[in-house]
Design a protein around this ligand. Structure first.
Ligand code: SF4
Ligand code: SF4
Length: 271
């Protein structure tokens, strides 16, 4: 495939993702993704377990099991608008866990169908947890040109701030990354995200560039504490409630995980 054909295919994949319901989409090259900050640091950070990771027998924490044929990654984002907090509420036993995840799954299901039928490109389904074969989605999103990693340690996009959720699909076709954006709202910001954290998860420097051989550290400057954030998640889980489900006489557990550092970010709120 020539570089022009690759660019054309990337554009088609991005446009199809948007047509199928994604709010943003991009492509990350897997060779570059393997060298991205989260993928490097994950295996070096002790006690990497958090709400988004699981301990799996015989597998090292943070270790990625890249499929041999994975050459590029499609990354999509779905907006979680300010007025629709229920998109993020975790409902035990429901498809995808949240309404936002269900939407991401639906977009990828249509995209996978289109890739196979119209383009004869095999896709590789990804697990959600790293130890089961997932990848760090925020790094894929940066390479794909969706945004940058903010001082809140999550992706910040120009249009939706951090109020988005991501999903990644790997492809057996070698496409170049479609990022990186020339966008960084954090240096001139009053750090509303960090100040708002109820667990003070950004108050202390924990990681140094010297120790990990990296300039891009958790929370940008090495101040983000997974352990403190995890305490909040556990609190949220303990405060979960059994709620009624439409069309069913059974109740389900609903958990509203903390989004304070995400919601405090002013980026994209005026649009
Ligand atoms: S999710 Fe909540 S507890 Fe975790 S870092 Fe953000 S504000 Fe702090
Ligand atoms: S609140 Fe400010 S410092 Fe925090 S992520 Fe948003 S722009 Fe960056």
């Amino acid at each position: 495939m020539t570089p022009n054909n690759k660019d054309d295919l990337s554009l088609q994949i991005i446009n199809k993702s948007l047509e199928f319901g994604a709010s943003l989409a991009g492509i990350a090259n897997v060779t570059e993704l393997k060298k991205s900050p989260s993928h490097i640091i994950a295996q070096k950070i002790p006690g990497f377990l958090s709400t988004g990771t699981k301990q799996v027998e015989d597998k090292k924490q943070g270790e990625i099991h890249w499929p041999d044929n994975a050459k590029s990654a499609v990354v999509i984002a779905v907006e979680h608008p300010l007025g629709e907090p229920d998109m993020d509420w975790w409902l035990m036993g429901s498809k995808g866990g949240t309404k936002g995840n269900a939407k991401l799954i639906a977009v990828f299901s249509k995209l996978a169908d289109w890739l196979e039928k119209e383009k004869q490109i095999p896709y590789i389904k990804l697990a959600y947890h790293i130890e089961h074969g997932a990848v760090f989605m925020k790094d894929a999103a940066v390479l794909g040109g969706l945004g940058c990693i903010g001082k809140n340690n999550i992706l910040v996009t120009p249009r939706f701030g951090s109020r988005i959720r991501l999903r990644v699909m790997l492809l057996d076709v070698d496409l170049p990354s479609t990022g990186i954006l020339n966008f960084d709202p954090c240096p001139d910001c009053k750090e509303y995200c960090r100040k708002a954290c109820p667990q003070k998860a950004f108050d202390k420097k924990i990681y140094s560039g010297q120790e990990y051989g990296l300039n891009e550290l958790p929370g940008r400057t090495g101040v983000y504490s997974r352990d403190k954030c995890k305490l909040q998640m556990e609190k949220n889980e303990a405060n979960g409630k059994d709620v009624d489900i439409e069309g069913s006489d059974k109740k389900r557990r609903e958990i509203r995980y903390c989004r304070i550092c995400e919601m405090a970010c002013p980026v994209g709120k005026s649009s």
